[in-house]
Design a protein around this ligand. Structure first.
Ligand SMILES: CSCCC(=O)C(=O)COP(=O)(O)O
Ligand SMILES: [Mg+2]
Length: 261
């Protein structure tokens, strides 16, 4: 198994979740169906609560932004099955959430609501966060070598903490130094990586970013980060150019930190 060297100047590893620490199938076959199945019940039960009101407010702001940008949005015809204004408003929010999910949008508004909805699924033990077997031993090894480990995912910080706090390996949050989500900026925008380095208090060059998505790798690389593309079962196929341009690993155990014990 080929090893990939992480430069000696790396002080921090920044990890994507879906397709990197965690199988895409966990997100697509467990987390997302949970939202689809429980959305109506969740909105009806929590509609009057502050947290839910804030989530709906953020979704409405996203809809306004989408309309300003002329992005297509669900069109509402008169729905004969709903009777009250609240039912109608819930149906509109549902349509928008389901539409965003069908398009695999990564909007902060969608991700925030999803994070809140998964809370009870994780805390009741109905869902456990899946993590590839090589991840936890590698996190321990890197931390022993004095490296810091952060997460940067489109999933909200709250959703990230649930996944690692209620994981198949138990609560492993202690192995992480911090979390970033799209509130710092989209993962395909290189500015986001500059902001992350600033927040951590280092230079982008001191960070090695691991992701399965080459558009994210490109954005991080443009800002000066070292990047490694993670190839896991079910991840998007890479082109020949991408395969030759990026350092690739199929397991975190292939990463070797040079100049550290
Ligand atoms: C953090 S759990 C939810 C996963 C999710 O919703 C998602 O969009 C994952 O995206 P990533 O940036 O981790 O590939
Ligand atoms: Mg990913």
């Amino acid at each position: 198994m080929a090893t990939v060297s992480i430069p000696a100047c790396t002080s921090t590893l920044l990890l994507d979740i879906e397709g990197t620490t965690t199988p895409i199938t966990f997100v697509k076959d467990i987390l997302f169906p949970y939202i689809r199945e429980h959305l109506e019940e969740y909105l009806s039960t929590h509609w009057e609560e502050d947290e839910c009101k804030q989530d709906v407010h953020l979704l409405k702001k996203q809809i306004e932004e989408d309309m300003r940008q002329h992005r297509s949005c669900p069109v509402h015809t008169v729905d004969q099955t709903v009777h009250t204004d609240e039912e109608k408003a819930i149906r509109e929010v549902m349509d928008n959430v389901l539409w965003q999910m069908a398009a695999d949008r990564k909007s902060t508004a969608l991700k925030q609501l999803q994070g809140h909805m998964w809370r009870s699924a994780y805390s009741s033990g109905r869902i456990k966060g899946e993590i590839y077997q090589d991840v936890i031993p590698s996190l321990k090894r890197w931390r022993d070598q004095g490296l810091k480990v952060y997460i940067y995912s489109s999933g909200s910080v709250e959703a990230q903490k649930l996944l690692f706090g209620y994981s198949v390996e138990g609560d492993v949050l202690d192995l992480l130094d911090g979390h970033f989500d799209t509130s710092i900026g989209p993962k395909v925008d290189s500015k986001s990586y500059e902001r992350i380095a600033e927040r951590i208090g280092c230079q982008p060059e001191d960070i090695t970013f691991l992701t399965d998505v080459t558009r994210e790798a490109k954005a991080a690389e443009e800002m000066g980060m070292n990047v490694v593309v993670v190839v896991r079962p079910g991840n998007m196929e890479l082109t020949d150019d991408e395969r030759s341009h990026y350092n690739l690993v199929t397991s975190f155990s292939q990463l070797e930190v040079t100049g550290r014990v």
